[in-house]
Design a protein around this ligand. Structure first.
Ligand code: SF4
Length: 383
């Protein structure tokens, strides 16, 4: 019997071997991370959440970070076994682990595969050593390339690679070379993120001190257009602003966020969205790693989201995708009358008239040629 609501599970591993210059994630450099204490804390959270959530169907698990390829394979295996013990996955499960090119050899990758990990996301970022150096990555292009083939030889049949564009100093030919290399590897999934300068990252202060200039807007638009054109010509479906997949290889886990389904985030700084009695609750674990390790279920905060918050989140997430924000999700989670009022607002009508939004009886979406402006369009809608 296929019942129960689907649940996606995110697990945050906060350790890295070095800090990339653009990184503003909740991660710290640690030579010998205490994986046993991390595992204990995650297990404690799992145990507690299994009682609170009750019966669910687990659709995906995502080991993110940080650098999760530093986690010992037996630790990954224990956690997967516990999670699927609490919440079965009768219709299959996607289990992703993020890997850095220099942190997992073939033997370790094989063990991850045996543990149940069936999707690997490799942080390649660029195939150009100069750009990798600028980004503060500690691997070379050759090592990134090797990491991909090592994963294939280990037996992974669903590999995603992360790339970054709009890097200061990245010329048009550098971008085209990166795209050619990425396409030649023929991964099932490619994420191409525009470099953003986030507060908390080393790049943020370097930029403030004028150490480099960011690429001009017309250059960024050209790069994005080239990425879309080349990857779609190579058979990838552009299904989210920054994500491209071969047919059937869209990230099931990330679609949970974008389609505003329920997800549970465990680990320091992890977020959750859980529905209870027709209300949506947002939970956030403490981002203080030591505090979380000491008391994984004690810190953090949970709040009930207002209908306005839910509407905003459905749009922020849904409009990033080719499918758009679904009417059924809006009707179900915000309410039929509120949805109609929102869709009939002058702001929405104006954006439709300008061609920035398209509306049908099923969804509202941003046409592909305007996807790079997604954040600005959403800001316009929500202001
Ligand atoms: S970008 Fe990823 S690998 Fe680099 S420091 Fe941040 S979390 Fe670690």
């Amino acid at each position: 019997m296929l019942c129960q609501k689907a649940l996606a599970l995110y697990l945050h591993w906060p350790y890295c071997t070095s800090k990339c210059r653009y990184c503003a994630f909740n991660s710290v450099v640690c030579a010998n991370p205490d994986h046993e204490t991390w595992r204990w804390a995650i297990m404690k959270e799992l145990d507690c959440e299994s009682l609170l959530l009750g019966n669910r169907r687990l659709s995906s698990i995502y080991f993110g970070g940080g650098t999760p390829s530093l986690i010992p394979a037996n630790c990954v295996s224990n956690i997967i076994d516990s999670a699927v013990g609490y919440w079965p996955s009768p219709d299959g499960i996607e289990i992703t682990l993020e890997a850095n090119p220099t942190t997992a050899d073939r033997d370790k990758l094989r063990k991850y595969l045996s543990a149940g990990v069936n999707r690997l996301s490799i942080g390649i970022q660029s195939f150009n050593d100069e750009l990798l150096h600028f980004l503060g990555r500690k691997h070379t292009a050759a090592q990134a390339n090797n990491a991909f083939y090592t994963a294939q030889k280990a037996g992974f049949k669903n590999i995603s690679i992360d790339m970054i564009f709009a890097i200061p100093g990245q010329t048009g030919s550098m971008l085209l070379d990166d795209l050619e290399m990425a396409i030649n590897l023929n991964p099932q999934h490619i994420s191409a993120y525009q470099l953003s300068i986030e507060k908390g990252a080393k790049l943020y202060t370097d930029y403030a001190f004028g150490h480099f200039d960011m690429p001009k807007e017309n250059n960024i638009i050209w790069q994005f257009d080239e990425i879309c054109r080349k990857l779609t010509s190579a058979g990838y479906k552009h299904y989210e602003v920054s994500n491209f997949a071969k047919v059937g290889y869209e990230s099931r886990h990330n679609l949970t966020y974008w389609q505003y389904q329920e997800y549970l985030g465990l680990g320091p700084g992890a977020h959750s969205r859980i529905a209870r009695s027709n209300e949506i609750f947002a939970a956030e674990r403490t981002s203080n790693i030591q505090q979380w390790l000491n008391d994984p279920i004690g810190g953090g905060r949970t709040s009930k989201l207002s209908k306005e918050n839910v509407l905003s989140e459905i749009l922020i997430m849904g409009l990033r995708t080719a499918q758009g924000a679904m009417m059924s999700t809006l009707m179900d989670k915000v309410g039929p009358q509120e949805t109609v009022n929102f869709l009939e607002s002058p702001k929405i009508k104006e954006l439709i008239k300008l061609g920035m939004l398209k509306k049908s009886s099923e969804s509202m979406l941003i046409p592909e040629q305007h996807l790079l402006k997604t954040d600005a369009i959403i800001r316009e809608i929500l202001k």
